[in-house]
Ligand binder design. Structure first.
Ligand SMILES: [Zn+2]
Length: 461
């Protein structure tokens, strides 16, 4: 089966050109000007459209059990939402319970995706406790196609590791060429703050943010970078939210230290004023780290345009307002943490970033596809439009406009944090490994057709 996408504006990290993309079965055969249509089964006219490499979201939490409840999207509903948003690959976090082996968490997450996946997926492995057997098991990760781990400096007594534990994990990661992703917030101080606030009767959503100020993120970011470099490990700071944390990253690089980092759409678009919405609606905007100030939004956009941040991911972890977020009606620490983003990431970054002139089209492709592929061991199979790559492609009409609303979103959620946001640019078609899975408003993906990706070593230059 051959498909020819004709006359589109093809965008890669290096160049923008009017060209045709020839797809055969699951792969891109070639990207060239004026390709002949002889023998081609289907021709798609992409004149006036951008032809872009399928998005890769390296930070999602589908079907995640957080104790009191489970994140609202599973590997089907989350994938449908992702596909409508131009994302054809994601990396989720396999997270073992304490006492559980890494292998069993890996198998559990394969089971969550099995029979449901529509887009392609991989896993990071969360390391939530450190002992000899976990450290030994880490040596096997790359054999399962897992080349990145995640450690938490926050969530005391649940996920948090001590500095010594993080250092020991990073030493193994360095030896095995595994990238360590770090949730950088000072969990000890936050835990004390949460208890103090609740004791004083300060239970509303806005106190969640006050319990974990940007200073405690910046401090942990600094510590993560320095510990990683002391261990000789490659480190990736997830969900950078604040100017102060970004400054730690920039300053560390000036000193010759190695660090990579991401931010997420909600930290670019939303600020802490949302936490004060009446009728408990602030709970819709509870995530960790929390939303910051408008000045932080602006600093992060600058961080993208100056390429101090390498990736925009989503930390997609949705919880319904009714029945989930309201678990925390009487205490902010019981509100499940997380916002959606899988469907909104690419449209928002295009509209607010490219169309408003904050980032270039090439940077947009790097942030959403090429850098994620390189840093997380999927390049050049994913993240690029060139011969031999998977035919993960979407077509975007830069001039069409629409408005984001929960009524037209595809995830399994009863609200949309970007409700009413006017978006420039509309995704018209999405191909995943050569198969058309989104055509306008129609979803054509087959449940269970997404595949698990064995990732290679990170490219961190
Ligand atoms: Zn997360």
């Amino acid at each position: 089966m051959q498909t020819l996408i004709k006359n589109g504006t093809v965008v890669t990290e290096e160049k923008i050109l009017t060209a045709d993309v020839l797809i055969e079965d699951e792969k891109i055969i070639t990207v060239e000007k004026n390709l002949p249509a002889t023998g081609v089964d289907e021709i798609i006219d992409a004149e006036g459209l951008y032809v872009l490499p399928g998005g890769i979201d390296v930070h999602t939490h589908l079907d995640l059990d957080v104790g009191a409840t489970v994140s609202a999207d599973d590997f089907y509903t989350g994938h449908v939402a992702a596909a409508f948003g131009g994302t054809t690959t994601h990396i989720d976090f396999a997270t073992p319970a304490k006492g559980e082996t890494l292998k069993s968490a890996y198998e559990e997450w394969l089971g969550k995706a099995d029979g449901k996946a529509v887009i392609d997926y991989g896993f990071h492995m969360s390391v939530v406790e450190v002992n000899e057997s976990i450290l030994r098991e880490m040596e096997q990760l790359s054999g399962w196609g897992i080349t990145s781990i995640k450690v938490y400096m926050a969530y005391k007594n649940i996920l948090q590791l001590t500095d010594e534990e993080i250092f020991r994990v990073m030493q193994v990661a360095a030896r095995k060429n595994i990238l360590t992703a770090v949730h950088a917030e000072n969990g000890d101080v936050i835990d004390f703050n949460v208890k103090s606030l609740l004791r004083d009767g300060k239970t509303e959503p806005k106190y969640h943010a006050l319990s974990r100020p940007p200073l405690l993120e910046a401090e942990a970011t600094h510590r993560a970078i320095y510990i990683a470099n002391a261990a000789g490990a490659n480190v990736y700071i997830v969900h950078v939210t604040a100017e102060m944390s970004l400054a730690q990253i920039v300053e560390s690089r000036k000193r010759g230290l190695k660090v990579l980092a991401e931010t997420c759409p909600h930290y670019l678009m939303l600020d802490d004023s949302y936490l004060e919405l009446p009728d408990f609606e602030g709970a819709k905007y509870i995530c960790s780290p929390p939303l910051r100030k408008k000045s932080d939004n602006e600093a992060l956009w600058k961080g993208l345009s100056e390429e101090d941040l390498q990736i925009v991911s989503t930390d997609h972890c949705p919880f319904n307002f009714k029945g989930q977020k309201d678990l925390g009606k009487d205490a902010f620490n019981k509100i499940p943490n997380g916002l959606p983003g899988l469907e909104e990431r690419i449209p928002i970054l295009f509209s607010e970033g490219v169309a408003k002139g904050k980032i270039s089209l090439a940077q947009f492709v790097k942030l959403t596809a090429t850098n994620p592929a390189k840093i997380f061991g999927l390049y050049p199979r994913k993240g690029v439009l060139k011969t031999g790559a998977d035919a993960d492609v979407y077509l975007l009409n830069p001039n069409a406009e629409r408005t984001i609303s929960v009524k037209t979103s595809h995830g399994n959620l009863d609200y949309n944090p970007y409700e009413g946001l006017k978006i420039k640019g509309k995704i018209e078609k999405v191909f995943r490994r050569g198969k058309l899975i989104v055509d306008g408003e129609r979803f054509l993906g087959e449940k269970g057709s997404g595949i698990y990706l064995h990732r290679s070593s990170p490219i961190v230059n």
